[in-house]
Design a protein around this ligand. Structure first.
Ligand SMILES: [Zn+2]
Ligand SMILES: [Zn+2]
Length: 317
């Protein structure tokens, strides 16, 4: 099969031919229709988070078909032990032995892949493979982050990429007011945010016109956390939704005072996946995608790094 492989972090992906994968017990052999590109893939490529298996086929937003033609989604959570104290308390996202797709297990930047059937998700029929792929990480981990904002009416989204362009639609559907923060002077992305239901869009260095009840940080710049804190009203929460962030600069305690809080979100549970996919169908969430062939997977990562497309990049083998 053809695949785009990360051999050495810090160096470009290699387009190559690999032996077809063989499914183990409980695994499905899958033909990949589309695989979304996630910022985590870029962090692995750029050596900002550690790779545990090398070489590795990246990609954990996989829309694929089983050998009998059923369409499934393969997300980041690829396997858990089912027995640790986190698995036993409905927190499989924190499983101490978890294995993640496209990091510990070969992922979907390939024509074929294998996945544990128990972690595959059913997908709504009304979206194409390309449109459905970004739901599988940006969408559903974004949704987990959104849940942690409680009933926040005024919601800030910092970093308006793949996840935010979906969560903006969900939050607007829920009747929240979305305030979108982009890189300073990125008017194209600000316009994109308004087109998806944001009531206000501006640079991350700006203050919103109203106090926020919560903010989700999708970008990986640590300085956004103290910036977002200053935009929050009392009792507000900042949720950091990414797997990697640069160091957070120090800030005055006054900015945290009045029961403001900061928390992170890690991974997903299968229940998050089922809930979000059902909700995405109701909204309905419409994704904006830029397709790339397997041979252009490195270009997709470069374009993500540069912020040169709106919405989500998708690899189409
Ligand atoms: Zn566990
Ligand atoms: Zn991801």
């Amino acid at each position: 099969m053809r695949a785009a492989v990360l051999e050495r972090p810090g160096e470009p992906l290699t387009s190559t031919t690999l032996p077809d994968p063989t499914p183990g017990p409980g695994q499905l052999l899958l033909t990949v229709g589309a695989c979304g590109v996630c910022r985590t893939d870029l962090h692995l490529r750029d050596k900002e988070i550690g790779a545990t298996k090398l070489p590795v086929v990246l990609g954990h937003q996989i829309v694929a078909r089983t050998e009998d033609g059923q369409r499934v989604g393969v997300p980041w959570l690829g396997w858990t032990d089912g027995t640790c104290r986190y698995c036993s308390s409905d927190r499989e996202n924190l499983c101490v032995n978890a294995r993640f797709t496209g990091r510990d297990i070969d992922g979907g930047y390939a024509e074929l892949t294998v996945a544990d059937e128990r972690y595959c998700l059913p997908l709504p029929d009304d979206l194409s493979d390309q449109q459905a792929a970004p739901l599988l990480c940006g969408g559903l981990i974004g949704y987990r982050a959104l849940r942690f904002t409680g009933d926040a009416a005024n919601l800030g989204l910092y970093g308006f990429g793949s996840a935010a362009h979906m969560i903006c639609q969900v939050a607007a559907y829920q009747g929240r007011s979305v305030f979108a923060f982009t890189r300073p002077n990125d008017e194209r992305t600000q316009e994109f945010a308004r087109s998806l239901g944001a009531v206000w869009a501006g640079g991350s260095d700006e203050q919103p016109p109203e106090q926020l009840d919560a903010a989700i940080i999708f970008a990986s710049a640590g300085e956004l956390i103290p910036q977002a804190l200053t935009a929050l009203g009392p009792g507000g929460t900042v949720v950091a939704a990414g797997i990697h962030m640069t160091d957070i600069p120090s800030f005055p305690y006054d900015d945290l005072w009045h029961e403001r809080s900061i928390r992170s979100v890690a991974n997903l549970t299968r229940r998050d996946g089922e809930e979000f996919l059902a909700l995405a169908l109701k909204v309905p969430v419409r994704t904006t995608v830029s397709p790339y062939t397997l041979d252009h997977a490195e270009q997709a990562l470069a374009d993500l790094r540069a912020g040169s497309f709106e919405g989500s990049a998708v690899i189409v083998p």
